[in-house]
Design a protein around this ligand. Sequence first.
Ligand code: DAK
Length: 260
Amino acid sequence: MEYKNIIVSFEEGISTITINRPKSLNALNVETLNEIECALYEIKNENKTQVLIFTGAGEKAFVAGADISTFPTLTPEGASAFVDLGQRVMDMIESFPVPVIAAVNGYALGGGTELAIACDMIYASENAFFGLPEVTLAIIPGFGGTQRLQRLIGRHLAKELVFTGDKIPAQRAKEIGLVNNIFPQAELMVKVKEIAKTIMKRGPLAIRAAKRSMIFGMDHDLKTANEIEKLCFITLFGTEDQREGAKAFLEKRAPQFKGK
Ligand code: DAK
């Protein structure tokens, strides 16, 4: 499919979705969210991607939030449809079958922070800022921000960000466990792709099973979550890759995984 607001690329097992509206700092409008949703279906159905990366076009912003220019005329019905779409896209990212990495190359505000925290890992450039400034617009986060952030960094820190609407720099985001690591902007994509390639050397079925176990186990009590882990665990036994992993270790050689 042809996209106007995003760029989708594929290279050596890695798909990248670049939000491409630099004039409005990659703000998310309905069209952009629709395109992201279509791209996620396409990438999932093609089944050749092992790691998916989200980033923003330009050097200033990852995503500066939902597109504020659409807010003044938004009706309650329109707001309801917009939040359904946004939450659907964030849920799809969170439960996407392979790891999804946010390469945050600048401002990640409002919907931008919400997009980043729906991903499995977040790497940021030194000039990145995070924040949920919705209350400065007299609204609240609507793409899962009030829920995912407190699960990620704890209730008190999440409430500070939601209630103040303050922006925090990448370094502070790293200190509070929001960001995995920080790189100079020019190196961000190279470093993120290196991390993606490390993941791709591991058993592909195991990576999918590990993500499934962690995502679907997270919101359950420990007993149920461990049962989910067990089910994910046993699906790997008897696969060619599981046999190859053990054999390669015993034969002191690198494994050759096939994703079977
Ligand atoms: N939407 C639309 N345009 C935006 C934008 C945004 N979120 N952010 C920036 N822009 C545009 C600016 O208007 C400006 O356009 P021109 O004037 O050049 O035409 C251009 O991008 C460059 O921005 P600035 O001139 O402001 O650049 P600065 O370097 O001075 O400042 C900034 C950068 C990122 C600090 C600043 O642009 C900023 O504060 N932006 C807004 C951040 C923000 O408040 N984001 C929205 C958070 S609210 C909903 C569900 C969810 C949500 C909403 C509704 N429903 C269910 C209905 C989620 C809401 C949010 O995400």
